[in-house]
Design a protein around this ligand. Structure first.
Ligand SMILES: Cc1ncc(COP(=O)(O)O)c(C=O)c1O
Length: 340
C-alpha cells in the first residue's frame, strides 16, 4: 500500500524509505550485495572517504507513468557515467549491469514510496560509492562500499516554471584537466561556498566559465545549460570540464528526431550569449528550468523569450521529453526501464 505522504508538498529533502542496497569491495572483488533496512553506515574514523574525499555518486528518478507502470529513465547511462567517475577517482567500477539491477531492486523494495502519476513527484534514486578502509598516506583506499538509497521528492515546479537569474561567480567549479566531467563529491564541496554566496546576493545559481580562460560558458553547479538561437537552433557548450548530462543528451536527441530542430555542441564564448533568445538549465531535477537573465559583474544579458517562464522551444522540448518519460509519447528504444 502507498505510504500516507502528502505527495503535492514534499519538496526536495531526505525522507527515509524502507530499504537500501549495499555491496562491499574487499580483496579485489565485489560481494553479492543485499537489501537492508539499516540506513546507517559504520566505517573507520580514518576511512578514505573521510580523509581524502574518495567518493562519487549518481542521481536519477523512478516515477509512475500514465498507464500506471513504475519506470526509470536510462539507468544504463548513469551506470556508465559512474564507471567513468570511478576510473578517474581510482575506485573499482561496480559492474554496469549490476548497477542497473541494484537500482531496480532498490526501487522495487520501496514501491510504496513511488509517488502516483499526476502528482509531479518522483522517487529520487541515489547510487554512490566511497573508500571505506583506513587510509592515512595519500593513496586510493583498498576497500569500498557501493550503496543505493531512494527518497521521494516533490515536483520541481510546484508554483509553475519561474525564470531564474544566474550570476557569473569569481570561483571555478572545476580545474582545466581536473574532475569537472565526473560526478565526484569533491566538485560539489567546492561549489558550496559559491552557491551560498550567490544566494546571499540574491541570485539563484552560478554560471561557471571555463576554468582555463574564463571566457567560455560551461554549466551551473548542478545542471548543464542550453540556448536557443533566433532561428530555433539548440546550442550547448562543448567542454571537457562539464558533467555530461543525461538529460541534455536526451534533449538533443529529442530536438533532432522528434522536433526536427538543428542542434550544435560547440564552444560558446560568453560574449555571444546576448544573441540567444532562450536559455534554460537541464538536469534530472527539473528536466528544464528557464533562465531569464545572466549577470556578470554588473553586466546583464536578458533572454527575451525565457524571461517570464519557459520560451516556446524550451517548452516543446520539456513537453516532449517529459511525455516520453511518463509514457504519453513513444520512447526511443531502450530509454525506459520497467520496474513494475
Ligand atoms: C554539475 C552537474 N551538471 C549537470 C547535471 C545534470 O545531469 P543529469 O541530466 O544527468 O541529471 C548534474 C546533475 O546530475 C550536475 O550535478
Amino acid at each position: 500500500m502507498k505510504k500516507d505522504i502528502d505527495w503535492q508538498n514534499i519538496g526536495f529533502g531526505y525522507i527515509k524509505t524502507d530499504y537500501r542496497f549495499v555491496s562491499n569491495f574487499k580483496d579485489g572483488t565485489w560481494d553479492n550485495g543485499f537489501l537492508t533496512e539499516d540506513d546507517t553506515v559504520t566505517i573507520s574514523e580514518c576511512a578514505g572517504v573521510l580523509q581524502y574525499a574518495q567518493t562519487c555518486f549518481e542521481g536519477l528518478k523512478a516515477y509512475t507513468t500514465i498507464d500506471n507502470r513504475v519506470v526509470c529513465f536510462r539507468p544504463d547511462l548513469n551506470a556508465a557515467r559512474m564507471a567513468t567517475s570511478c576510473q578517474r577517482l581510482e575506485m573499482p567500477v561496480f559492474p554496469e549491469k549490476r548497477f542497473v539491477k541494484a537500482v531496480i531492486d532498490t526501487v522495487k523494495a520501496n514501491l510504496d514510496y513511488v509517488p502516483p502519476f499526476g502528482s509531479g513527484a518522483s522517487l529520487y534514486i541515489r547510487p554512490y560509492m566511497f573508500g571505506s578502509n583506513p587510509v592515512i598516506g595519500v593513496k586510493p583506499a583498498a576497500e569500498y562500499q557501493f550503496r543505493v538509497f531512494t527518497t521521494p521528492v516533490g515536483s520541481y515546479f510546484k508554483n509553475g516554471a519561474k525564470s531564474i537569474v544566474l550570476r557569473v561567480p569569481d570561483f571555478d567549479r572545476a580545474a582545466p584537466l581536473g574532475t569537472g566531467h565526473v560526478k565526484a563529491g569533491l566538485n560539489y564541496a567546492m561549489s558550496l561556498h559559491a552557491i551560498v554566496d550567490a544566494h546571499n546576493q540574491g541570485f539563484n545559481e552560478n554560471l561557471y566559465l571555463d576554468p582555463a580562460t574564463r571566457t567560455n560558458v560551461e554549466e551551473t553547479g548542478g545542471a548543464n545549460i542550453i540556448f536557443v538561437t533566433k532561428d530555433n537552433k539548440i546550442v550547448t557548450p562543448k567542454s571537457n570540464s562539464i558533467l555530461p548530462s543525461i538529460t541534455r543528451k536526451s534533449l538533443l536527441y529529442v530536438a533532432q528526431h522528434y522536433l526536427n530542430l538543428n542542434v550544435e555542441e560547440k564552444v560558446i564564448p560568453y560574449s555571444e550569449i546576448k544573441n540567444f533568445k532562450e536559455c534554460a538549465l537541464c538536469g534530472t531535477a527539473a528536466v528544464l528550468s528557464p533562465v531569464g537573465k545572466i549577470v556578470n559583474h554588473g553586466d546583464e544579458v536578458i533572454f527575451p523569450d525565457s524571461s517570464d517562464g519557459m520560451g516556446e522551444i524550451t517548452q516543446k522540448l520539456f513537453d516532449t521529453l517529459t511525455g516520453i518519460q511518463l509514457g504519453k509519447i513513444t520512447s526511443p528504444e531502450g530509454w525506459i526501464q520497467e520496474i513494475s
